[in-house]
Ligand binder design. Structure first.
Ligand code: 6PG
Length: 250
């Protein structure tokens, strides 16, 4: 059963961050009430960063039960954690260093390892241990945050890359030809297992690709964001008016 897909168009990126923060708080409160904790996979990118900065301030900071939030990453650049390109560093500076989150609740991808496949499998073990997974089982994150590139990529699932095909592993090392760079990424089945997937998309540069992803033909190798279809969860696109400018309906 494909989840219901919702598209929320907001005026501008500031409003996008606010609406996303509200969603984050509601999901966190609900998950903690139900299970005693909240698991979220963070995204890199400037649009998600706007959300992190919002969460670090009031009124959101005080609403979130930080000691019960467990932070994972949806993807990471294969660089050291203090590298300017690191998604981990971005999240630390914009959010994690500003809120009372226990260090043990932060599960960083070991993306600095030279052996990228080892890094992927180590993170897979981290996820398996946290979620107490049996062989073949996939984790169900309460929330997966995603951005979308103007080429239709999300997380580090880039067009025509090997990670798009991965259906068994939880985490893939993925070489991105056009960036001449290695990345680590959660795989499609893991993201599609989430209770809630939130796409945060802003800016005119995303208008054409967002229209293709949402209204165009299904071409997942060219538009990997089309692969994201939670099987038992909700899928919410929050886009500002510039990014949504070419959509015919929402
Ligand atoms: C990354 C992100 C990536 C990002 C998109 C959108 O590691 O770069 O995970 O998928 O979310 O490229 O980024 P912007 O919001 O900055 O356009």
């Amino acid at each position: 059963m494909i989840a219901e897909r919702k598209i929320l168009v907001v005026a501008h990126s500031e409003e996008l961050s606010r609406v996303a923060a509200e969603e984050f708080v509601v999901n966190a409160e609900t998950s903690v009430r139900k299970n005693g904790f909240f698991t979220v996979a963070l995204s890199g990118g400037s649009t998600p960063k706007g959300l992190y900065m919002k969460l670090a301030g009031e009124p959101y900071r005080e609403k979130i039960p930080w000691s019960k939030v467990h932070f994972f990453w949806g993807d990471e650049r294969c660089v050291p954690p203090d590298h300017p390109d690191s998604n981990y560093r971005m999240a630390r500076e914009s959010l994690l260093d500003k809120v009372p989150i226990p260090e043990v609740n932060i599960y960083r991808m070991p993306a600095e390892l030279e052996d990228h496949d080892r890094a992927a499998s180590e993170y897979e073990q981290t996820i398996r241990a946290f979620f107490h997974l049996e062989a073949g089982e996939k984790p169900r994150f309460d929330m997966v945050l995603l951005g979308m590139g103007d080429d239709g990529h999300t997380a580090s699932l880039f067009p025509r890359t090997s990670a798009l095909e991965e259906r068994d592993h939880l985490v893939s090392a993925n070489y991105i030809e056009k960036l001449s760079a290695w990345r680590l990424t959660l795989t499609v089945p893991v993201i599609n297992q989430a209770a809630q997937v939130l796409f945060l998309i802003s800016g005119e540069s995303k208008a054409s690709v967002l229209k293709e992803v949402l209204e165009g033909d299904f071409q997942p190798h060219r538009l990997p964001s089309q692969l994201i279809r939670p099987v038992h969860g909700s899928l919410l696109f929050i886009a500002d008016s510039l990014a949504a400018g070419k959509l015919s309906h929402w």
